[in-house]
Ligand binder design. Structure first.
Ligand SMILES: NC(=O)c1ccc[n+]([C@@H]2O[C@H](COP(=O)([O-])OP(=O)(O)OC[C@H]3O[C@@H](n4cnc5c(N)ncnc54)[C@H](O)[C@@H]3O)[C@@H](O)[C@H]2O)c1
Length: 274
């Protein structure tokens, strides 16, 4: 990899949406990162064989030490063109604190760390979820979601999720949208952009696991989707490809919903809980 060239970093790069993003961004200098070194190695090996310019490093995004190593690695490889942050877990992880930490606290740590690398025309794309759109505004928990590193943030949010990890997921993803709004001015002062993308049901390992747990709910969501199908990872990757490139140069501080139109129908139900 040429050290003077721009790099695109993909967290969760071995996951469904992460790998699809890598494939949509062929021709760029890619850095894949994920939780475990062996999965990163496998992804890098596969993509390299297919002609991608790619390297990788493991990073547990909940650990500041790992993030520091990732930042040093990226800085050695070139200037930051984009951070595409797809690493995350769903509500199938039953530990509320783990969902909050991986999906929201780690997102804040990454945004803070990558801000140091951001320059004019860099962009951060954070994966939220259509389920973030089901959580209404509320001064008390929004304050905590905007400041997930504060000591009481988790306890404050926990009071509102009634022990459900699926609901905690929805709240954490609302937090991701709020982080974009919180950081937009700071990033903008550098000429850098920050946006979130909210996928609907996308057929990746994450969604397949959720489908096993809630088959009836997943069937119902599909039936309620105006486009009458689930999303594919490439449906998200193509939008992200647009967002990291020049065509999106005036888009920042906002969320892009890519859900086949379904969330407006889900919101009409009394108790949304996916
Ligand atoms: N698939 C969907 O239907 C869907 C819908 C809405 C939002 N999303 C969001 O899109 C993003 C990508 O989802 P996906 O479907 O590709 O999931 P996935 O499970 O296929 O990939 C997620 C990746 O994140 C990695 N990861 C988890 N914890 C980590 C940690 N602590 N450190 C580093 N890496 C870690 C996993 O190893 C995995 O490779 C997630 O943020 C998810 O919440 C997905």
């Amino acid at each position: 990899m040429n050290s003077s060239e721009n790099v695109i970093v993909i967290t969760g790069g071995s996951g469904g949406i992460g790998q699809a993003c890598a494939r949509a961004l062929k021709g760029n200098q890619l850095i894949i990162t994920d939780y475990a070194q062996d999965t990163v190695n496998k992804t890098v090996e596969t993509l390299t064989k297919e002609g991608f310019n790619v390297t990788g490093i493991a990073c547990d995004i909940t650990k500041q030490n790992d993030i520091d190593k990732l930042i040093n690695f990226v800085a050695k490889h070139g200037e930051l063109k984009a951070l595409i942050h797809t690493a995350g877990v769903s509500g199938t992880v039953k530990d509320l604190n783990k969902v909050f930490t991986i999906d929201l606290v780690a997102t804040e740590l990454l945004v803070e760390a990558f801000y140091k690398l951001a320059t004019n025309n860099s962009v951060a794309v954070l994966l939220a979820s259509m389920m973030a759109h089901t959580v209404p505004a509320n001064e008390e928990y929004d304050q905590a979601l905007r400041n997930p590193l504060k000591t009481n943030a988790f306890e404050t949010v926990k009071k509102f999720v009634h022990g459900s990890s699926d609901t905690m997921y929805n709240f954490a993803k609302r937090g991701v949208k709020l982080l974009v709004e919180k950081h937009v001015d700071k990033w903008g002062a550098k000429g850098a952009r920050i946006v979130s993308v909210s996928p609907g049901v996308i057929e990746t390992p994450m969604a397949l696991k959720a489908a096993e747990e809630h088959p009836e709910r997943m069937k119902m969501i599909k039936q309620m989707t105006p486009l009458q199908r689930n999303g594919q990872p490439s449906d998200i990757a193509d939008v992200i490809n647009f967002l990291v490139n020049d065509g999106a140069r005036f888009i920042t501080g906002t969320d892009i919903l890519v859900d086949g139109g379904v969330i407006r129908n889900i919101k009409k139900l009394e108790q949304p809980s996916v």
